[in-house]
Design a protein around this ligand. Structure first.
Ligand SMILES: CC(C)(COP(=O)(O)OP(=O)(O)OC[C@H]1O[C@@H](n2cnc3c(N)ncnc32)[C@H](O)[C@@H]1OP(=O)(O)O)[C@@H](O)C(=O)NCCC(=O)NCCS
Length: 98
């Protein structure tokens, strides 16, 4: 679980995650993401953090489901950017108010 680019006065930061293959499908990522999200807003809202962004490739259905379960609403389709991101992506956002 990672929280990237938290800067004082900047309204957005990015989250990312991965779990060990043998532990997948048990809700680990969703629970960890909820804990990270709550901690990040509690800790950095006073510094101006308003939203957390989550990006995944469109074919990553498990990651999309984690985003949905964790109340990161789908926002936009991001165009592919090969070679790092060969497929289009989804941007999901969770705001402090949700
Ligand atoms: C994405 C990832 C973090 C999910 O971790 P996890 O601990 O299995 O996540 P959870 O158990 O909380 O939730 C996974 C959900 O995806 C669903 N899912 C898994 N594979 C799926 C598939 N192929 N299609 C649709 N849904 C799928 C599961 O059923 C579950 O949903 P449910 O609770 O409604 O049944 C994990 O698969 C992973 O590390 N993948 C490789 C790295 C990666 O893709 N990271 C994200 C980059 S954006």
């Amino acid at each position: 679980m990672v929280l990237k680019e938290v800067t004082s006065g900047k309204p957005a930061a990015e989250v990312g995650y991965w779990t060990a293959a043998h532990a997948r499908g048990r809700g680990v990522a969703s629970r960890a993401l909820e804990a990270l999200t709550c901690w990040a807003f509690d800790t950095f809202e006073a510094d101006g953090l308003e939203r957390l962004e989550l990006l995944h490739q469109v074919d990553n259905l498990a990651s999309c489901r984690v985003a949905q379960k964790s109340r990161y609403d789908f926002d936009t389709i991001l165009p592919a950017a090969p070679p790092s991101f060969p497929h289009d992506g989804h941007l999901h956002i969770r705001r402090t108010s949700t």
